[in-house]
Design a binder for this molecule. Structure first.
Ligand SMILES: [Zn+2]
Ligand SMILES: [Zn+2]
Length: 276
């Protein structure tokens, strides 16, 4: 059975994320370890780490995924930026090892107009430099297809994945990004193609988001499950494919006005999984 949850806040201490995830009905979660709009990867004090460890030890919420902040750009042709990006991932990997977290999710950034091959080469080098722990896997995430970004074409994801040292690598597939990049994940032959290119076996986690815009829009705009262009039936077909099952599922869907909307969305997800 799938484990699932949301991206939850760590405001006031990373240990507090567990209570928030539990209150929403999550069995897994994703967090930021530091300011998502900054470069600084903050240190974790002994007390905070101990509190985190007690919560983790209860065994209710797992696995935990740490999402990298948005500024690092591992594909950058600018050496200064690339080095800062490597340092940020490396420090995040070290924090994760201290905390007993097994996964860091990173985007692949942008080649800034210098061309895809340069971006891919830089991304591979950067991630290999940042992979300083055998206990922490760096998961590369596919993109929606914004200008100059690396990773909306799954062939590029596959190339980068194969360039990273085995044992420390993995792939995070975001359903909204796949759909926006032109992969119609409601269709079996497309899912077969995805499996052929990246291998669902290399994917421990799905970012399960519906898409606010249509197939191939290139826009990274998430929608709540069932309310977007993928739709409830689309997700049933996606999970009906089979190789998509058994992954951790993290939702990064927008805030809704309705009270307890997260619990309702989780119920919807459970329904989709049981019918698929
Ligand atoms: Zn992401
Ligand atoms: Zn997104």
């Amino acid at each position: 059975m799938e484990r699932f949850g949301y991206h939850v806040s760590v405001a006031g201490g990373i240990n507090l994320s567990f209570g928030r995830a539990t209150a929403l009905g999550c069995s897994a979660m994703q967090i930021f370890l530091s300011n998502p709009r900054g470069w600084e990867i903050r240190g974790i004090g002994t007390e905070e780490r101990e509190r985190f460890s007690i919560e983790l030890g209860k065994g209710k919420i797992h696995p935990i995924f740490v999402h990298m902040p948005y500024l690092p750009n591992v594909a950058s042709p600018k050496d200064g930026i690339r080095e800062k990006s490597v340092r940020a991932i490396k420090e995040t990997v070290e924090r994760c090892e201290e905390l007993g977290i097994g996964y860091v999710i990173t985007h692949l950034g942008s080649h800034l107009g210098e061309g895809k091959q340069i971006g891919i080469k830089n991304a591979i080098e950067s991630i290999n430099e940042a992979a300083v722990s055998k206990k922490v896997k760096i998961l590369i995430e596919n993109e929606a297809g914004q200008r100059n970004s690396i990773g909306s074409d799954l062939e590029d994801i596959a190339e980068i994945y194969s360039g990273i040292e085995s044992g420390v690598r993995g792939i995070c597939l975001d359903t909204c990004h796949l759909f926006a990049a032109g992969y119609d994940i409601r269709e079996e032959e497309i899912l077969d193609r995805i499996d052929h290119i990246v291998g669902f076996g290399n994917v421990p986690v799905l970012h399960l988001n519906d898409a606010k815009y249509g197939l191939g829009s290139g826009k990274d705009r998430h929608e709540n499950l069932g309310n977007g262009f993928i739709g409830r039936n689309g997700f049933e077909r996606f999970f009906g494919y089979g190789k998509t099952r058994g992954k951790s599922i993290i939702m990064e869907t927008p805030e809704m006005q309705a009270e307890n909307w997260e619990e309702k969305e989780i119920e919807l997800l459970k329904g989709i999984l049981s019918r698929a």
